[in-house]
Write a protein that binds this ligand. Structure first.
Ligand code: ZN
Length: 460
């Protein structure tokens, strides 16, 4: 597998730390508002990464954190707290806001058929780990205290800014007017912020330095190293994280452990709408559920994402989504028709499997991999082989093409999962289990009619 590594600015052969195993950390959502398609884009890209590595035979331990503690709206450790802002706006506590939008994020994962990550730690449940990490930075001489918090002294880390190719001289010159005059260098960042004395914060914790809350970046280093080790394989995030968030993660990881926390850093580009990054002002801020209301299948969006490379980003439009949906439905129809007429998968086509593998393991070349899918579907290999190969590809694509309930539309996911489980039991000739699941489905109001090697689900 080849991966483009932001650390070295080149495509490299991926070498895991531990044979056959991969640890991945992806910066997760800040749960203070509904995730839009731009937010979810990254998680589709990284789901393809996880699925590809599994396809290639690795055991994958992937962590996606939940940022449920407030970041400040500005990168410069100033401005309003996003969570507290959301709380005021909706008349709920910050804890309720966090829960509400974490649930929305999880629903989005399901809609997009994104595999549930191995671990999804919440920042608020790792305050002790964050404090520990700050203490390590402090003990190693990388921090200093100001009236509003504990800061990382970027001048103490000689490689600071190397990751992002930052021109520190220029940055220093450009930062004559510093919001926080106590900061020694403009690039210094808060590890711990003290609670203001005049307003009561909803989220604050005791610490060795005083009551307050963690800075923006420390949670990721605390949780990634807790679950994956002081050095792990892959760290992912949006390309906007390179300059500040990941640069600072690297700095404080070095401050604590004396090394760079991840060996490979992967960054996705963004979705644009009308040529600019989707935002309130430029438009395109759809959620997956908005698209659903417009009549789109959520997986059509996933298909659209696969059609462009994660490092290039993509231009989103309703027209392009329509085109993606029609291609996606054609694939799905092939599979549905095959099963509806009692088709049986014979085996897979090695030639196409190899071609597909070559593309997908070349830094996740999904557009080229999709081209192989269509080349295969249009080839003259047998239909049984085509479907078999297509379903194998789908382990990476994640388009849920073998959703056997696809024959009948609008089956709740819970039911189709049960039916799939039952089908698996049947395939394994575990009749007792398959009978048990038939009863469970019946209790839930669905009848299963067995076909040759699949089944039909009927609502009672
Ligand atoms: Zn992060």
């Amino acid at each position: 597998m080849k991966i483009y590594n932001t650390l070295t600015r080149q495509k490299e052969e991926f070498k895991p730390i531990k044979d056959g195993e991969v640890g991945i950390y992806s910066c997760g959502p800040t749960v203070y508002s509904s995730p839009h398609i731009g937010n979810m884009y990254a998680y589709v890209c990284w789901d393809v990464l996880v699925r590809t590595l599994k396809y290639l035979g690795y055991k994958v331990n992937n962590v996606v954190n939940i940022t449920d503690v407030g970041h400040l709206t500005s990168d410069a450790d100033s401005g309003e707290d996003k969570m507290e802002k959301g709380s005021k706006k909706e008349g709920m506590t910050v804890w309720e806001i966090a829960k509400k939008y974490e649930n929305e994020f999880l629903e989005n994962l399901k809609e997009l058929n994104i595999e549930t990550p191995w671990k999804m730690p919440r920042a608020t449940e790792h305050i002790a780990e964050q404090i520990e990490l700050i203490k390590k930075n402090e003990a190693n001489g990388f921090t200093y205290k100001t009236t509003d918090g504990i800061y990382f002294d970027t001048a103490k880390f000689s490689d600071y800014g190397k990751f992002a190719n930052l021109n520190l001289e220029k940055l220093r010159e450009g930062a004559r007017v510093e919001i926080n005059e106590e900061k020694k260098n403009p690039t210094d960042f808060a590890l711990w912020k003290f609670s203001p004395t005049d307003v009561k914060r909803q989220m604050e914790w005791e610490s060795p330095w005083g009551v307050g809350f963690p800075g923006w970046h420390i949670e990721c280093t605390a949780m990634s190293t807790k679950y994956l080790g002081e050095t792990f394989d892959i760290h992912t995030g949006g390309e906007d994280h390179i300059n500040i968030h990941h640069t600072n993660e690297i700095a404080q990881g070095f401050g604590a452990f004396g090394k760079i926390s991840a060996n490979y850093w992967m960054h996705n580009a963004f979705i644009t709408f009308g040529g600019s990054k989707i935002s309130k002002s430029s438009g395109g801020l759809y959620t997956i559920f908005d698209l659903k209301e417009m009549g789109f299948d959520s997986l059509a969006y996933r298909y659209l994402v696969l059609g462009s490379h994660y490092r290039k980003g993509m231009e989103f439009s309703v027209e392009s989504l329509k085109a993606a949906e029609s291609a996606y439905k054609r694939l799905k129809k092939y599979v549905d028709n095959f099963y509806a007429k009692g088709g049986v998968i014979s085996d897979t086509d090695d030639n196409y499997l190899n071609k597909f593998k070559e593309k997908i393991s070349d830094d996740l070349a999904t557009p080229e991999a999709l081209a192989i899918v269509w080349e295969m579907m249009k080839s003259n290999i047998t239909e049984a082989k085509k479907i078999g190969t297509l379903l194998k590809f789908d382990e990476v694509l994640g388009l849920n093409l073998k959703n056997i309930s696809g024959i009948i539309e609008d089956i709740p996911q819970e039911i189709s999962l049960l039916a799939e489980e039952r089908q698996k039991a049947r395939d394994e000739k575990n009749w007792a289990e398959s009978d048990r699941l038939r009863e469970v489905l019946k209790d839930k109001g669905y009848l299963v009619e067995d076909l040759k090697n699949t089944c039909k689900i009927l609502k009672i």
